[in-house]
Write a protein that binds this ligand. Structure first.
Ligand SMILES: C[S@@+](CC[C@H](N)C(=O)[O-])C[C@H]1O[C@@H](n2cnc3c(N)ncnc32)[C@H](O)[C@@H]1O
Length: 407
């Protein structure tokens, strides 16, 4: 009984782009069987979420929300975690911002600030930063710590994320049983959506063991056999054998990558010939002029806000990819009108409202003072981000689709 309930919805979702093996009715028995194999049929989450949320409509947006956690549960867990942070965790988080005043491209400054072993120090800061940030973001609509491209003006930030992720599954041709690598996998929520939507099996990699633990827990609850590995992407080689994966995607993790060329060569090594590659990341755009004091001033404010150590450009990413052997198939900004500012604004307004509430509660001593410290830091410079996006100086949603050639 459970098998019928669980296995059918993934192959009947309307308005989702056709993915071979998933929406193709001629192949439906194979799809449903493969997905059923991945689902622990006793899982209460699967039975309830598939029947309630699959293809639900909200403001005319049709998207697979079947493996999106309940907002209020996520909020309460995150709130408790932040409440119980130790003073050292708070201090380390605040101190970690120093890395965003530096840039991988300027090694001299890195060595001056952190010594010759600067990569290790940046890694430590990234761990301190993300182990707290993922909980702060989970108080809002960005548990998956990225503001997505604007895919649908009427949709929420979360639905825009889901729509973008479904477009990735299509772009890299995910099918049931494929093995796909997710670099900088957050709490494994994107991985769960990819599996739910396509039937592919995801291996996620993240520097932060706290997020990896949550990724494992959530994907287990979903009944997926996805795997999650704690590893710093800058420690090469990656911990995978040659020709392991059928596809690759990353969402806003390469801005933390020390040497994109070296990383792309590694990704090329672990992909099978013919495998597709998807990148969505932060870049500075051609209109950005570092010699312009207004541009440079905005950049100094925005880099810490979005947590970027490197400052790649579309051209530098494309060159690093082709130098590594990839063929670039698409290089563009998928946002409607090329701007994600409406979504950044939504997130910024929400978090500034929460900050006002937090200030009041800290004043009344209903919350410990570190809440104010964290929220003041989190909410700093959101409008500078909106301004840079509107001026088309930067985006955090530049997309590149590439392929490892078959010969
Ligand atoms: C801006 S978030 C992107 C959102 C993320 N892709 C998701 O699915 O939620 C960057 C992610 O990359 C991870 N990360 C940062 N530096 C890393 C590193 N050096 N190696 C591996 N993962 C890293 C962070 O812990 C975080 O989960």
């Amino acid at each position: 009984m459970a098998a019928a309930t669980v296995s059918q919805p993934p192959i009947t979702t309307p308005a989702i782009p056709a993915i071979p093996g998933r929406n193709d009715s001629s192949d439906s028995s194979r799809s449903s069987q493969t997905i059923t194999e991945k689902v622990k049929l006793s899982s209460p989450l699967r039975t309830s979420s598939f029947s309630k949320n699959r293809s639900s409509q909200d403001g005319n947006v049709q998207v697979d929300r079947s493996v999106s956690p309940k907002r209020w549960k996520t909020f309460l867990k995150a709130f408790k975690h932040i409440h119980d942070l130790t003073p050292k965790e708070v201090d380390d988080f605040m101190a970690s911002y120093e890395i965003y005043n530096l840039d991988w491209a300027n090694e001299e400054d890195m060595v001056k600030a952190f010594g010759p072993n600067y990569q290790q120090r940046v890694g430590d800061c990234l761990r301190s930063y993300y182990s707290v940030l993922n909980h702060l973001c989970s108080l809002g609509d960005v548990e998956k710590m990225y503001i997505p491209p604007l895919m649908d003006k009427k949709a929420s930030v979360l639905d825009n994320q889901l729509l973008y992720e479904e477009s990735v599954a299509k772009d890299i041709g995910l099918r049931p049983g494929m093995k796909v690598l997710d670099l900088g996998c957050g709490r494994g929520r994107v991985a769960a959506h990819m599996t739910s939507f396509s039937g592919a099996q995801v291996t996620g990699l993240n520097i932060d063991e706290n997020q990896i633990a949550q990724a494992r827990e959530w994907n287990d609850q979903c009944g997926f056999s996805n795997e999650f590995v704690v590893h710093d992407q800058n420690d090469l080689p990656l911990p995978f054998a040659d020709n392991t994966f059928d596809a690759f995607y990353e969402i806003q993790a390469l801005s933390l990558c020390k040497d994109p060329s070296a990383s792309f060569k590694e990704i090329y090594r672990v992909l099978k010939p013919g495998a597709k590659f998807s990148l969505l990341d932060w870049v500075s755009l051609p209109a950005y002029d570092p010699a312009d004091p207004i541009h440079a001033g905005l950049m100094r404010r925005v880099k810490p806000l979005i947590g970027a150590v490197g400052t790649p450009t579309p051209a530098s990413f494309e060159k690093a990819l082709t130098d590594s052997g990839f063929a670039v198939a698409k290089s563009d900004n998928p946002s409607i009108g090329g701007l994600q500012a409406p979504l950044i604004d939504k997130v910024d307004i929400y978090f500034r409202s929460v900050r006002r509430l937090i200030h009041g509660l800290v004043r009344l001593r209903a919350l410990p003072p570190h809440f104010k410290l964290l929220f003041d830091r989190l909410c700093l410079d959101g409008q500078a981000f909106v301004q840079m996006d509107n001026m088309r100086l930067i985006t955090t949603t530049y997309r590149i689709i590439a392929e490892k050639p078959t010969v």
